[in-house]
Structure formats: C-alpha cells, structure tokens
Design a protein around this ligand. Structure first.
Ligand code: GCW
Length: 662
C-alpha cells in the first residue's frame, strides 16, 4: 500500500458493486481543473475496478451506458455539484470547475466505500466558502509546531516544486479544501522575500499546480516588508509612501503569480511588527493592504491572536483571554469588504478545552473566519492520538445568541448569519515530509476530517472518521470498528489525563509537550492556574477579570456563576475550592483523581484494541502507530501521576479509592 497516497491509494476493492464497465468520460478537458477531475476518475477506476476509462472532449459526447459526463451547468451555489446515475450513465453537473472536481471525488468516495451509485441523485453545496489550511512552514525547511518531519514546500530557502505537491493538491481537493497558506505566519528572513522576484518563478509553478486542483495559494506577509526589504523607513499604514509601496508591490506580485488568493497577516502579536508601532489600529493596517489587493480580487486575512505576551503573573486583572476581544471589538464595521478577521476557536491557544472565542457573536459587521489547529500542539503533538473533529463540531455548534436563530459559530463563518461570502474555516496544518504525511498514521483523520467538516459541517464526527478509515484502510469491519473506537475516545481520553476542567496549560514551556503543572505559572505569557492549598482556577467572573461578561446573554450569566457554568470549563471561569461538589456529588479534587485514572485506562483500552489489528493493517502502519501508542501509554501515566501527585501534595487529601499517588 502506498502511504504517500494516504486516503487516495486506489486499492482494488473486492466488494465494489458500485458501477461496472465505465469506459468513457466526457469532459471539457481544456479546463485544467476539470481535466484533473477526469484524470482522477481514470486513476480511480483503474485502481479500484481495474478498468481505465478513456477521456473524450465534451464536444464528442454521446449518451449511453458506461459513460461519465462532467458538465458545467448553472444552477447551484459556487462549488456545489449534482451527481446522478441514470440507465448506466453517470453525470456530474456543477456551476464551476471546482464543483465538478468535488463531484468527482464524491463519486470516487462511492467507489472506495463500495457504495452503490445506481439511481443515486446527490446534490451538495459547500457550507463554508473558504476551506483553508495554514501551514507554519519556514523557508529553511523547519516547521513551527510541526510534528511530521520537515516542510515539503521549502528547503534551504528554496521552494520545492515536485510530485509531492501534486499529491498534496489532490489530497486537499478530495477533502474539499480550496485554499492554502504555505508559509508560517511568523514571517522572517527569506520568507519576507517571497513577494519579490527572487521567488516569482518557482512560486508561480507551485501555484499553478494548486490551481489545477481548484486550490488558491495564499501567503503570509511580513507587515514590515517595506522596511525589511530595504525600500522604506516606515510601515505606517497611513503614510502615502507606504500605501503606494504596497500598491506597486501587489501589482507586481499578482502579475507574476497566477492563482493567488491573497494574504494572511499576524501583526502586533508575539513580537511581530504591526500598525501599533505607528499608533494606528489593526483596521488601519488591514485596510491599507486590502486596498492594495482589491484590484486583483485579493483577500486580506488578519489574525485576531493578539495579546500582551509580557504579562506579570502577580497581576490578576490583566487577562489574556480578554485581549482578542478587547483589541478587535471596537473595530467592528471598520474593515474593508475584502478583509476577513481570523479568530482562533478559543480565547487562549488551542488547549484541549476552551470556551468559544467571544468575538464570535461579538462582531456583527465584519467578515469572520474560524481558526482551528490540527497540528495538535497542545493535544499530543501527533504522538498521542487525538481526533479533533468532535471538538470542532462543538465549537461550530456553539450558540452565540447574536440573533434568535442562525446564531451558531457555524452559521457565522458559513456566511448565513450576516449574509457574507468572505468567511469560512482555516486549520493550522499537521503535515510534513514524513512518508505518511502526518507522523501518527491516525492523525491523517484530522486532515481529511477538517476538509470534510468545512464542506459539510452537518456530517457527524463518527461519519467522517468511518469514511476516512475505509478510504484509507479498506472495508474490513474489524478495522473500522476498532479504529472508530480509538478515534472517538481519543480526545476525551486526552482531556481526562491532562489539565483538568478547562484550566489548560500545565505543559512544559516552549515545547508544549508533556506535563509540567507549574511550567507556565510564573511566566510572562498570561497562562496561569492559580492553584494553592485550598483551590484552583482563574476568576473570570464579574468579581475577577470580567471575561465572562464578554458573551451575549444568556451565555454571560451562565458562565458567570459556578453553579451554572458548564463543568468542563469550571476552572477556566472560576477559582474553586478543591472540596467544591460537582453535580455528580464528587469533589473537584476527587474528580481530578478519577479522571486521571480513567484517562489512562482509556488509553490502555485503545492500545489493546489496536493490537487486534495486527495483520489487518499494513505491517508498516501497524508498527509505526504501535510505537506511538506505546509511548502514549507511558506518557499518559506520566501525566496522570504528575497531576495527581501535585494536587495530593498541595492538599494532603488522599484519593478516596486509595489508588497510588506519589
Ligand atoms: O502560541 C502559539 C504557538 C506559536 C504560534 C502562535 C500563533 C505561529 O505556540 O508557535 O506562532 O501560537 O498562533 O501565532
């Protein structure tokens, strides 16, 4: 089995009764995206059924059995498709080439899943307009928070253009992803030069490959580029010289690089330059760039991950959780049409459990996009298995109460709430140059799952996982059952054996891996748990930092009181005594002990279920994943014992079931 094809390894399927004898495909082959779709169908039929159909121009079309027709036809929303079978002939109709491509991949999924197409009639439209990956790849080949090897985009400050990029584009398109940012949001050194002729030639070849699969290329920008490229001595967004520098620059870049969608910017955050230096606002900065890319239909995606990273742990009023909201809420309505604010799912930083970011529901006159992270920076770094789609589903389903109906995060970022078309969802990517793309073989479920979720958020996390399992490993029922159990229990398990009740962190500083309860307690990053011998948690109610009040009612009220606060977030919102009784009647301390033992038990069960798959998965996959599972087993014990011991030593209160705590 070719791991480098991930879920697109078109293995012969014995059970495939889907369609037989497809021998002709008619399509407008001069369109590169449609051609990609047609060729993908050829490869899929050749691999799965064992019979490669011939491609014909659509002008030669003749109806009949054994035919597939890919037809551009108005009717559906952009990128939607209509796939149907009638008398042995299959048609994919779509308003545009991307829609055709997605319809083709739906058809191929049917082949891979062994689902019958006879008489089928399927219409789909993508729910999120932008379905995007954000890579944090550096041009020296390293990846910030990368856990699957090095970059396959960059090496030694050069852009790589090779077959892996083609497979990459196919994988993305098959999951419905239509945009990607290839360089780290922390833009430094050579990456600042990506918008100069030093890289135009390679960049444009690269971009064309993505374009052939309906994927727009985006780049992360260095806000201070006019200065760092040595041309100006200011980056003040209101300075005419700066404005005109960007206008010329954008004209040059868009002329040189085809298929460019726009830019992603991290400004005034964690040491990156931005408009604050000139006493200007984020809106001034974003709008200046937006004006410059406007003539080319470009977008400016501006990140809201802005906070004071030089906090004092003694200070209990400054609250990092507030800062995204506080920085941006006053700017609502002042961004140009082609600006999108990109907001992390929670107010802190991709912890295993956080409340939903209060800018969702706060902003009402600004294009918004949700940022999640599949790179598992704080959720096991692709060494622990942690299937994150259930978490993303919860975020999307969160009711913001910005309106009476259509008020969920999904409604907002799909454009439904405020009738927007410039919105969607981005994931910080988990890929690298490892053979299997994602380090842990099971982490590929997050990559596939993210795309599928952004396209069809109404799919359940189980449906997506089951689909990925069969696409990747075939139709064996045991494989499906056991992997499904593992994936679906992985996020709950991770939450149980790491930081409790929404408090987060408790990791080794900088690496963000492995337990270190006080690792971030006296640091400057605004990440505290405030544990003492009586209690733990951050008071974010009205008597504390006031963060809870940033939500609309009834959320603000619910979060503000410990009695109504969802328990999984209790310590995020409140400082509570250890002997406080949870709804189950257990004290917080006993809950911490119990969940830590349970989390490890769950890992043990996951591992023993995985052992059943020996011989059923390709040996290399089994062994590679097993090595990680064995590490997870050990490492989850380390988490359990360090956390439990910490609280036992703080309180002197033993586990009421007498289990070993050190
Ligand atoms: O906190 C963090 C990560 C950084 C990352 C930053 C961000 C790219 O630890 O590595 O920088 O989030 O999202 O900008």
């Amino acid at each position: 089995m070719g791991f480098e094809q991930a879920w697109l390894s078109y293995q012969k399927r014995e059970t495939c009764g889907v369609v037989k004898n497809i021998d002709r495909i008619y399509a407008s082959l001069q369109n590169p995206v449609i051609r990609s779709g047609a060729e993908e169908l050829q490869a899929a039929f050749a691999g799965i059924i064992g019979n490669e159909p011939v491609l014909y121009a659509d002008s030669e079309y003749e109806p009949g059995e054994g035919t597939i027709r890919l037809l551009v036809k108005e009717g559906l929303k952009a990128e939607g498709y209509h796939l149907f079978e009638e008398k042995g002939e299959i048609t994919v109709e779509a308003p545009d080439a991307n829609g055709i491509l997605y319809g083709v991949f739906e058809l191929i999924r049917h082949l891979q899943l062994g689902k019958n197409l006879n008489g089928k009639d399927i219409t789909k439209e993508p729910v999120m307009p932008l379905r995007m990956l954000n890579h944090w790849d550096n041009m020296d080949g390293s990846i910030e928070r990368g856990y699957s090897g090095n970059s396959f985009f960059f090496e030694d400050n050069q852009i790589l253009v090779n077959d892996r990029i083609v497979t990459y584009a196919r994988l993305l398109a098959s999951a419905g992803i239509n945009a990607t940012v290839i360089n780290n949001v922390n833009v430094k050194d050579s990456a600042t030069w990506l918008i100069t002729d030093r890289y135009f030639e390679d960049l444009s070849r690269f971009s064309q490959i993505l374009g052939d699969y309906g994927i727009k290329l985006f780049l992360s920008l260095n806000y201070a580029a006019p200065m760092e490229l040595g041309e100006l001595n200011s980056a003040d967004p209101l300075d005419e010289k700066v404005k005109s520098w960007w206008k010329h620059k954008m004209e040059e870049v868009f002329r040189a690089v085809p298929n460019l969608g726009g830019f992603l910017i991290k400004a005034d955050s964690e040491g990156r330059p931005g408009p604050f230096t000139y006493n200007r606002t984020h809106a001034d900065g974003a709008n200046m760039l937006a004006e410059a890319v406007e003539p080319y239909g470009g977008l400016i995606i501006w990140r809201c991950f802005v906070y004071n990273c030089r906090q004092d742990w003694r200070d209990r009023k400054t609250d990092r959780a507030r800062s995204g909201y506080d920085n941006f809420i006053g700017l609502d309505g002042s961004f140009r049409d082609n600006v999108i604010l990109q907001i992390k799912n929670g107010p802190m930083d991709f912890q295993v459990r956080e409340p939903v970011h209060p800018l969702f529901g706060g902003l009402t006159r600004t294009n918004q996009m949700l940022e999640v992270q599949i790179a598992q920076e704080y959720t096991g770094q692709q060494r622990h298995v942690c299937y994150l789609i259930p978490m993303f589903k919860e975020v999307l389903a969160f009711r913001t109460y910005v309106k009476e109906t259509d008020d969920t995060v999904a409604d907002i970022v799909s454009g439904k709430t405020f009738q927007q078309t410039r919105c969607g969802m981005a994931a910080v990517a988990n890929t690298g140059n490892d053979d299997n793309w994602t380090g842990h073989d099971l982490a590929a479920a997050n990559l596939y799952g993210f795309g599928r979720l952004a396209f069809e958020p109404e799919l359940t996390a189980e449906e997506i996982a089951a689909e990925w399992i069969t696409l990747t490993y075939g139709t064996d029922e045991t494989v499906k059952e056991e992997l499904l159990f593992i994936l679906m229990n992985s996020w709950p398990a991770y939450e149980k054996y790491t930081a409790p009740l929404g408090i987060g962190w408790m990791v080794n500083p900088n690496y963000h891996y492995g337990p270190n309860v006080d690792g971030y307690e006296y640091d400057r990053w605004g990440t505290y748990h405030r544990a003492d011998h009586q209690g733990i948690g951050v008071d974010r109610s009205h008597s504390g930092t006031g963060y809870a009040a940033l939500y609309r009612e009834p959320n603000a009220r619910i979060y503000n009181a410990p009695e109504t606060c969802p328990e999984e977030l209790l310590l995020f919102f409140h400082h509570m005594p250890y002997n406080y009784k949870l709804r189950s009647g257990k004290t917080i301390l006993q809950y911490i002990y119990d969940t830590h033992f349970e989390g490890v038990e769950l890992v043990d069960e996951m591992v023993s279920r995985f052992e059943k798959l020996k011989g059923k998965l390709p040996d290399q996959v089994y062994e590679r994943a097993m090595e990680r599972f064995l590490h997870q087993k050990k490492h989850s014990r380390e988490w359990r014992d360090q956390i439990n011991t910490y609280f036992y030593r703080k309180t002197g209160i033993p586990d009421d079931r007498g289990r070993t705590i050190y």
